[in-house]
Structures are given as structure tokens and as C-alpha cells.
Design a protein around this ligand. Structure first.
Ligand code: HEM
Length: 427
């Protein structure tokens, strides 16, 4: 479905019409030629050279000048009598939004700043994205599509709210597009590395640019923040894993995690293991154009909906063994003599970033970003949840932790890197 007979399995109209009001004709919500053209236009933006030059610089700035000072201020407050509770998921979601907007639109919405006051008010554009995503996802859960279609026709209830949120998002993105156009024309120079400037220079239609920008913001915003939230949750439950991760991170120069992310094997193993148990995209459906047969002999009829389900696959005993429900990053390590990297795991066994021609375009960007953010936090801070029970995984367009992840942030006692190196050698 994802590779060999990819052509036979587009997303299909039943899926795309649900998201059409929100995502329009953006890459996430189209098939065929329109998808192909956007994929080609955007893939230049994700080459390893640009990742290095552009992504690392922007992520580093956001972490150094916003995230770390903000968490520092929470940690300072926690040293006083009453511990200062913060929703880490919200911090990471805001950071994710700022980073993806900077990289894709070349514009920093500054939803996260270096001080706690940024949480005292809701940010209208974040709220509009959340509302539009939530109502669109709820359309998909209705047993009869006619319900939302009728509400839309009469402009009532959730459909009225969806229309208002989408209008707000469209105006927000269009204003940035118009401003950029003016700048490009007046300077008669193309210096920006972001996707928006590139699309304007290529002469792409304004409404298509707007839809593409919305798809990219949705793709990049909540996925990385969800993965990192569940990683910190899992680390807080297993101090041995946390200790091992701190030891590895200590071996790398501060603020150099992005460039070295491939060498941070244990950090990569922790991220893979987190996304196995808590994939940011829990399921994804396609619709068959013609009759077909799955490799195990299951017949598929034209028009059938076929879903691959990373959440379910990540918890299957036949794929991951009897300890499938345990958080064990070591299962990703290659223990062959002389090898110290990550095990090669088939993307069809672990389709967290999808696979085949529609594989996630932002996988490299996500890895750089997550390594950077996790490395910088773990090195400096201890993240301790205020609730002890099991958190609830809430699948939507992208999955998140129900009710947020309320934590207390404390400064991690600093240790000399020689100690870490000693420990690494002994391990
Ligand atoms: C941990 C982080 C991420 C995960 C787990 C993830 C996962 C996925 C998955 C499962 C899909 C297929 C969904 C579908 O077709 O409906 C996808 C598509 C996509 N992702 Fe990601 N993603 C992540 C981060 C990012 C980032 C940071 C970006 C960059 C802005 C990005 C850009 C895209 C794009 C543009 C597509 C559409 C590709 C296409 O249809 O050809 N993703 N991603």
C-alpha cells in the first residue's frame, strides 16, 4: 500500500474532503499531480545542506534565547518555597510552532518568549489552529458524514466555529505572504532560505502557497512536541534510562547537539522507543482505486479504506516481542561486536514517519530539532511530573497527552564530563 502499489492507494476523496476546509489543497490533503508538484517544490527545502545551514541555526537560536532562559526562570522559582508548575507539553508546542514558522515562513510568531508571562494569555493564532484541527478531526469520527455537511450548509454549531478559525488562519498566513512579496519586490533580491520566499519567487499561486504553509505548520508543529513530551514522561518513570542519557549528553559540547545528532546513539534510541509506544501520528488511511490484494492475501476492493496504524503496530508482540509494552531504548542499540550504532529497523515495521514515496518530508528536520531540544533540556534540568499516574494518549490529527504534562523544573546538578566519560567506558 505504501510502496509497491503506491499509485493504487491515494488518500482519496473521503479523507481529503474532511480536511479540505482547513488544509485546502496543501500537500497533506492532495493526491496525484498536485501532490507531486508540491513534493518536488518543497523537497529542495529539506536537503541535508539546508538542514545543516538553516535548521540548526534557527533551532539553536530558539533553544538558546527562548527555551533555556524560560526553563531557567521556572527552575529559579522552584527553588523557592512553592514549586512552580509548568505544562511542558504547552512549552514544547509553542516552541514547535515558532520553529516551524521561522523555518517555513521565515517569520517568528514569538509564541514562546524567555519569560513565564507568555503563558498568562492565550495566543489567538495557536487557538485557531487547535480549534480547526480538533473540529476537522471530529468530522472523521462521525458515523454519518451528512451530520457535519448539514451543519456546514446551515453554518451552525462546530462548523460555524471551524469557519471562523479557518478565516483567522487564512488572514494570518496571507498577511505574511503579502508582506514578504512586498519585501522581495522592493529589494529585488532573493536572500531568504525559507520555503515561503522560494514559492513566491517561483511564481506559485497565492492560495496554493497559503494552503502549503498551513500543511507544513500542521506537520511540523505538534509532531515533534508530542514525541518530546512523551520522552520526558518516559524518562521521569525510569531514572536508569535518564541517567544513561545524561551520561551520553555530557560527552557533547553544549549547543552542538544538532550537528552531532547522529553520534548521539542513546538519544536516538530513546526517541525511537518513545515514538514506538506513542507515535505522534497514530494512524493514516488510504482509499484503493482498484481491486488489490495485501501481501498476506487479504483482498482489497476498489473504494475500500485501508489504514496503517503505527500505534497498534508499535505494541504488537509479533513485531516487538513479549516486552513490547515496556520502555526499553536498548532494544534499538546494535550490540554486534564492533558496532555501536542504532539497529536498522524496517520502516514498514516501524512506519512512524510513514514510508515509500510519501514518507515524511521533515524527518531529518525533526531529528535535528528533537536532538537539540532534548539534549539542551536534559543537560541542564530535571523534569519531574507533578502527577504520578498513567498519562492518557489522545489521538487526533496528531496525538498528544490529555490534559498536558504538568511538571516541576529543577536545575540538574552539573557534573564534570570526565565522570561521564569514565562511566561510558565502564558501561
Ligand atoms: C516526530 C516528528 C514527525 C513525525 C512522527 C512525522 C510523521 C509523519 C507522517 C506519519 C506523515 C504521513 C501523514 C499523512 O500522509 O497523512 C508525515 C508527512 C509529512 N510530514 Fe512529517 N512528521 C514529523 C515531523 C515533521 C516536520 C518537523 C515536518 C516539517 C515541517 C514534517 C513535514 C511533513 C510533510 C510535508 C508531510 C507530507 C508528505 C507528503 O504527503 O508527501 N514532518 N509526517
Amino acid at each position: 500500500m505504501l510502496k509497491t502499489n503506491f499509485i493504487n492507494f491515494p488518500k482519496g476523496k473521503p479523507f481529503t474532503e474532511i480536511l479540505n476546509d482547513f488544509l485546502g489543497f496543501g500537500i497533506f490533503n492532495v493526491d496525484g499531480e498536485l501532490w507531486h508538484v508540491q513534493r518536488k517544490l518543497a523537497s529542495h527545502q529539506f536537503t541535508s545542506r539546508l538542514l545543516k545551514e538553516h535548521v540548526e541555526v534557527n533551532v539553536k537560536e530558539a533553544v538558546k534565547y527562548k527555551l533555556v532562559p524560560l526553563l531557567d526562570s521556572f527552575a529559579a522559582a522552584s527553588n523557592k518555597a512553592a514549586a512552580n508548575v509548568v505544562d511542558l507539553q504547552e512549552v514544547l508546542r509553542r516552541l514547535g510552532f515558532d520553529i516551524v514558522c521561522k523555518l517555513i515562513l521565515g517569520f517568528d510568531p514569538k509564541c514562546l518568549v524567555d519569560h513565564q508571562h507568555c503563558f498568562s494569555n492565550e495566543v489567538p493564532i495557536l487557538k485557531a489552529f487547535d480549534t480547526a484541527a480538533e473540529i476537522s478531526a471530529k468530522r472523521a469520527a462521525l458515523p454519518i458524514a451528512a451530520v457535519w455537511k448539514l451543519k456546514k450548509m446551515f453554518g451552525i454549531g462546530s462548523e460555524k466555529v471551524l469557519k471562523e478559525s479557518v478565516k483567522e488562519i487564512h488572514e494570518y498566513v496571507m498577511e505574511i505572504i503579502h508582506e514578504r512579496k512586498k519585501n522581495i519586490i522592493s529589494k529585488k533580491l532573493y536572500k531568504n532560505h525559507d520555503l515561503l520566499s522560494k514559492l513566491i519567487m517561483e511564481g506559485v499561486n497565492e492560495e496554493l502557497i497559503r494552503d502549503m504553509m498551513i500543511s507544513f505548520i500542521m506537520a511540523g508543529r505538534d509532531t515533534t512536541s508530542a514525541a518530546m513530551t512523551w520522552l520526558f514522561y518516559s524518562l521521569a518513570k525510569d531514572i536508569h534510562v535518564e541517567e544513561k542519557l545524561v551520561n551520553e549528553i555530557c560527552l557533547f559540547d553544549d549547543y552542538d547537539y544538532g550537528c552531532d545528532y547522529n553520534k548521539m546513539t542513546y538519544l536516538q534510541a530513546c526517541l525511537c522507543e518513545t515514538m514506538r509506544l506513542y507515535p505522534p501520528v497514530s494512524w493514516d488511511s488510504k482509499h484503493a482505486l482498484n481491486n488489490d490484494m495485501l501481501p498476506d492475501g487479504t483482498p482489497v476492493n476498489a473504494g475500500d479504506r485501508v489504514t496503517y496504524f503505527p500505534y497498534g503496530m508499535g505494541r504488537m508482540e509479533s513485531i516487538w516481542g513479549p516486552d513490547r509494552l515496556e520502555f526499553k531504548p536498548d532494544r534499538w542499540l546494535d550490540n554486534k561486536p564492533g558496532e555501536s550504532g542504532l539497529k536498522e529497523v524496517s520502516v514498514y515495521k516501524y512506519p512512524v514517519f510513514q514510508a515509500g514515496p510519501r514518507v515524511c518530508l521533515g524527518k531529518g528536520m525533526a531529528n535535528v530539532q528533537m536532538s537539540y531540544v532534548v539534549g539542551s533540556i536534559v543537560k541542564r534540568f530535571e523534569i519531574r511530573p507533578v502527577r504520578s499516574g498513567e498519562a492518557v494518549y489522545l489521538p487526533s490529527l496528531t496525538a498528544r497527552m490529555d490534559g498536558g504534562f504538568k511538571v516541576v523544573v529543577r536545575k540538574r546538578p552539573q557534573r564534570g564530563c570526565d565522570t561521564c566519560l569514565d562511566k561510558k567506558i565502564k558501561n
